[in-house]
Design a protein around this ligand. Sequence first.
Ligand SMILES: Cc1ncc(COP(=O)(O)O)c(C=O)c1O
Length: 408
Amino acid sequence: MTNVCRYDGQYTCAWDQVLAQRSEGMKSSVIRELLKVTLQPDVISFAGGLPAPELFPLREFREACSYVLKEDGQRALQYGTTEGYPPLREFLAEKMQRYGVPAEPSNILVTNGSQQALDLIGKLFLDPGTVVLTGCPTYLGAIQAWNSYQARFVTVPLDDDGMQVDLLEDVLRREPVRFIYVLPNFHNPAGTTMPRERRMKLAELAAEYGVFIVEDDPYGELRFEGEDVTPLVVLHKENTIYLSTFSKTLAPGVRLGWIVDPEEVTNKLVQAKQGADLNTGTYVQMVVNDICQRGFLKSHVRRLRRVYRERRDVMLAALEEHFPSGASWTRPQGGLFLWARLPEGFDAAEFLKLAVEREKVAFVPGSAFHPGGGGASTMRLNFSNAQPDSIREGIARLGRALKAQLAQ
Ligand SMILES: Cc1ncc(COP(=O)(O)O)c(C=O)c1O
């Protein structure tokens, strides 16, 4: 047996020798680390996935907080059911139906953000070595969550229409895939949206090969242009687990998300969640429910779309003006991010140090979103958090530094 602590005249402790094997896959998120640097007030940051804080509905929260405490305070401060606050589950089921997703309250599990949903999915479905099939690049938080369960990631590349579904079948034939992880709307990090035909093909393949789909959709409501595209959970209802969140439409600080899935999966996820946190905070669910029941969300989302669309346009125009020739980028129809590609051989992670130190501007190097390595010459740029003037200035600085770097 390993002794953690020894006494040799003084106590020494060797915690690293008693960590569970699964902790080997756990790494700090590059973005979380970066966010610390970008908190310096003189840095213009395109790094985090942060919503615009000046749009947080403070007044509505203040009112809802005091209303809930006044009207039903004892319930708000009590433990709740693991599945979630019933009126909020009802609201979410109805909201999903309006969005075309067939859901009853019994199909909804409220979570501490979508990030917890990803973790619970890992807890329930992943053994060491289980294969997860995902596009590349993919959401860093999913890599982090599932690395803890020692998943093995197998990837297919993305193009400007999202995951290249025509490459899927080859992988499905070869690999014992447990599920396909998809970000069909305004992909994080790539900003791409998967057209309906691709979704249909993906649903068909998933059915044919007997794998299920995890559809992660935090940004679907933030569409600036074009028509909504049918969600995978509608196309492949029986075998899709759908995730969404209030983080991007209301505020990430409430840590409130939800899962829509077949009832037997909900029941198992509830058991997984019981072990994690018993229940999501009752008070915060009641507050958010109150805000939603008053019909506020709809007009608020309209405002978010307007503001983020303007910021996206400012960033696209600035990229056109300042980025070097040979660079290209996606043109997202919604969401918070776009994805820039620089000439082969360029090292965005190396360049980031210089960009932060000399030009006081930050982004996330694309390699962070590649579970199997690669993507060195790419970067993710967030356009929701900075004001238009800062976006112009930040992209001008970045372009200047890039041109200097590429000229060397
Ligand atoms: C694709 C994706 N999934 C999940 C999450 C986690 O969101 P939440 O704040 O609800 O935990 C994010 C957050 O940025 C995301 O981009």
